[in-house]
Design a protein around this ligand. Structure first.
Ligand SMILES: C[S@@+](CC[C@H](N)C(=O)[O-])C[C@H]1O[C@@H](n2cnc3c(N)ncnc32)[C@H](O)[C@@H]1O
Length: 218
């Protein structure tokens, strides 16, 4: 009981302080997965591993490849589970430096919201159990466009993770961002619900960003 009280009262304050310290800070920007730069809070990566193991998606679509550490992490977990593949998308061209892995397909050189990319992703995910992670351009307008384009691909019971919803804690200049896009999205759909249980470590870069597609639309 006391634990829940502390969590409810102090949780948001702890999270705000820790997020401010961690987000885009040296700590997170120096995260490495098997030596590859991975722009993540490791506590979120642990949650990703739990989600992957529980839901076992056939395909994980990730927007925002950057240095490919996160794609390699997701593909590595798929490899350990013996199922799943990753489609990673970046507006920059595919780099020879990206992690090479039989479970990763890179779509590079075009925006995640371009019709070409969306067509390709729809083709590759048709009839599959799909999870989506949005981690590209963090402006509200772009995240809103990604939510519009990618949310229909997410299978019932699977996750749509909107990253870096804590961005306003780093700088007000970066607002409006992902959190505002999520708020607007959830105000007009009952298809998705926020899974706050995924924030149980309190420190997450995606507060309110772990969305789950309802099994039965509400
Ligand atoms: C935060 S980084 C991705 C980090 C990576 N997922 C990780 O965890 O290591 C954002 C990436 O999104 C890419 N990006 C920016 N705008 C984009 C767009 N419109 N479409 C696709 N990718 C975009 C950038 O080039 C950058 O590599």
């Amino acid at each position: 009981m006391f634990h829940f009280w502390v969590e409810r009262k102090l949780g948001p304050a702890v999270m705000a302080l820790a997020s401010r310290r961690l987000h885009y800070s040296e700590a997170c920007s120096r995260t490495r997965w098997l030596g590859m730069s991975t722009l993540k809070n490791p506590l979120d990566l642990w949650i990703y591993q739990e989600i992957l193991n529980e839901t076992k998606p056939d395909v994980i679509v990730e927007t925002g490849t950057a240095y490919s550490g996160s794609a390699a992490f997701l593909a590595g977990v798929c490899e350990l589970m013996g199922s799943g593949e990753v489609i990673s998308i970046d507006i920059n061209p595919v780099s020879t430096e990206y992690a090479q892995h039989p479970r990763i397909t890179y779509l590079g050189g075009r925006s995640s919201t371009s019709e070409e990319v969306l067509e390709e992703v729809r083709k590759r995910t048709e009839g599959k159990q799909v999870m989506v992670i949005l981690d590209s351009d963090h402006s509200q307008a772009h995240v809103a466009a990604e939510l519009e384009a990618y949310s229909p691909l997410v299978s019932p019971g699977y996750y749509l993770i909107v990253e870096d919803t804590n961005i306003g804690l780093v700088s007000r200049d970066l607002l409006p961002g992902p959190a505002q896009a999520v708020k607007a999205f959830l105000s007009r759909t009952r298809e998705f619900e926020t899974d706050f249980t995924r924030e149980r470590y309190l420190i997450t870069n995606h507060p309110g960003g772990y969305l789950r597609r309802r099994e039965i639309a509400g």
